[in-house]
Design a protein around this ligand. Sequence first.
Ligand code: PEP
Length: 256
Amino acid sequence: MARKPMMAGNWKMNNTIAEAVVLTQEISNRYEKEWPEHVDVVVCPPYVDLKPAKTVLDFDRTKIAVGAQNVYWEPSGAFTGEISVPMLKEIGCAYCIVGHSERRELFGETNEDVNRKAKALVADGIAPIVCVGESLAVRDAGTTDEYVCAQVRAAFAGMDAADAEGAVVAYEPIWAIGTGRTATPEQAEAVCAAIRATLGDLFGSAVAEEMRVLYGGSMNPGNVAMLVAQPNIDGGLVGGASLKAESFVQLIEACL
Ligand code: PEP
């Protein structure tokens, strides 16, 4: 079966509840019945916006999923400030981003943390969107594939094929995030192919062929077509261009 593309919007720390409701409604108003056949659409707002966004989408019966941007691996307890998988599940989150480079760089998230989070999510039926990607220094050193594939192996450590099946990997070169500098389609394809080969080593080629590998890093309506045309790029994880309904819808339509 061919992989269905995914277009996921990472809103980061943007949009109050009122703003999130407006943006979700604007996206929902543009929803076309043909979308779900061709593309999985996901919005990943801040925690406080998850329930309001989900309520808008449920009310409109639009098949747009809601995802979180982070999670903690313990189900409950004395972890001030954290949010658990059961809490996300209750809201109806189908996805959760883990290991975004901003979390790794600004909040000290390690490969081991990413692995714990991914395992906790799959155990409870939420699909992780596992982010990996190299810094400019790593790219300049010529070790991008080794670095990124090591991140993939670490994120999926201790998981079997059945656990990994629904998971998504997002290749996001750090030097391309929020910088307006996009990886060329060839650069992105080369790393996404290496990621898929690593997934094949871990889980077998049949599972690796089913898993989605997204590209993220200054994706926009002008460059999306060339990126998603690559054989190993199955859509995008998008920051800036997901904050306006018009540009996000253009990205979705590029996957139809
Ligand atoms: C991201 O944060 O996941 C991202 C890809 O951001 P941007 O599209 O703004 O580069």
